[in-house]
Design a protein around this ligand. Structure first.
Ligand SMILES: Cc1cc2nc3c(=O)[nH]c(=O)nc-3n(C[C@H](O)[C@H](O)[C@H](O)COP(=O)(O)O)c2cc1C
Length: 228
C-alpha cells in the first residue's frame, strides 16, 4: 500500500494544476494530506471562482468532476475550455483498486501529523509554490504547516517537489530555487512543453501534472511520452 502524499497549495497562479493533481493522485489510490495557505485560498477564489472556508473545508468544493460546482463558475468554464469532463478521469495506465481519500489540515495547525517526521509519507508536492513559500522554506522559517512539512521532508531526505510559477525571475528567486534544489528538493516549474502536440489547455495542465506524477513513478497517460 502506498504511503500518503502531502499536497500544499500556496498563493502562486495556477491553482488548476493543484486541482488536477489531486484528482490524479486520488485516482492512483493515494491518500492525500492537503493543506492550503491563505494566499492559496485567495488565488483559488480569483482563478476558479471557488470560495473555500479554510476553517471548514469541504473537498467537494475543490475536486474536478464531482459536479458540485455551478455550471457558470470559472472552474466549470475552465474545465470546459480545458476539455476536462467528469467522465474524463481515466488518466492511469494501470488498474488501481480503490481511490484515495483527502485528509485536510489547516495551514496553521502544527498539531497535524504532517508536522512530524515520524508520520511516514511518499513525499510532498507544493503546487503551485509561491516565491513567498519558497523563500520561507529555504530560510527554515517554519512559519506555517506548509513550511514545517516541507522542512520535515528535507531533513528526513524524503521527496519534496516544488512547482514555482513566476516570470520573470529575480536573482533572489533563482537563488532560492538553487538552495532548495541543493537541499534535496526537486524544482519542477509550471512550464508546460509544447513538443507533445499540445492542442488544448488541458494538454498543458496535464503536461505539468504528468511530470509531477513521474516523480512518484505513478503510471499515467496524462501525456504522450516522447519516443512512444
Ligand atoms: C491572484 C494572485 C496571483 C498571484 N500569483 C503569484 C505567482 O504566480 N507567483 C508568486 O510567487 N506569487 C504570486 N502571488 C503573490 C502571493 O500570493 C503572495 O506573495 C503571498 O504572500 C504568498 O503567500 P503563501 O506563500 O503563504 O501562499 C499572487 C497573488 C495573487 C492575489
Amino acid at each position: 500500500m502506498n504511503k500518503p502524499i502531502i499536497v500544499a497549495i500556496t498563493g502562486a497562479s495556477g491553482s488548476i494544476y493543484a486541482v488536477r493533481l489531486l484528482e490524479v493522485l486520488l485516482a492512483a489510490g493515494y491518500d492525500v494530506h492537503l493543506t492550503i495557505s491563505e494566499s492559496g485560498r485567495l488565488v483559488i477564489e480569483q482563478e476558479l471562482d471557488i470560495n473555500l472556508d479554510l476553517d471548514n473545508f469541504h473537498q467537494s468544493n475543490l475536486l474536478l468532476g464531482d459536479g458540485t460546482d455551478s455550471s457558470d463558475s470559472k472552474l466549470s468554464m475552465l474545465r470546459q475550455t480545458a476539455g476536462i469532463s467528469s467522465e474524463d478521469s481515466n488518466v492511469l495506465s494501470v488498474q488501481i483498486g480503490s481511490p484515495g481519500n483527502i485528509h485536510y489540515h489547516h495551514y496553521k495547525d502544527y498539531t497535524a501529523p504532517i508536522a512530524s517526521g515520524s508520520f511516514l509519507t511518499s513525499g510532498m508536492v507544493i503546487c503551485p509554490c509561491s516565491s513567498g513559500s519558497l523563500a520561507g522554506i529555504v530560510n527554515s522559517l517554519s512559519d506555517n504547516l506548509i513550511h514545517r512539512a516541507a522542512h520535515v521532508h528535507l531533513k528526513e531526505k524524503r521527496k519534496l517537489v516544488v512547482v514555482p510559477r513566476e516570470t520573470p525571475l529575480s536573482s533572489l528567486q533563482l537563488d532560492c530555487m538553487k538552495r532548495i534544489s541543493d537541499a534535496g528538493a526537486i524544482v519542477l516549474p509550471a512550464c508546460p512543453g509544447f513538443y507533445h502536440d499540445a492542442k488544448t489547455i488541458r494538454d498543458l495542465i496535464d503536461f505539468v501534472v504528468g511530470r509531477i506524477c513521474d516523480q512518484f513513478e505513478i503510471e499515467h497517460m496524462l501525456i504522450r511520452r516522447w519516443g512512444s
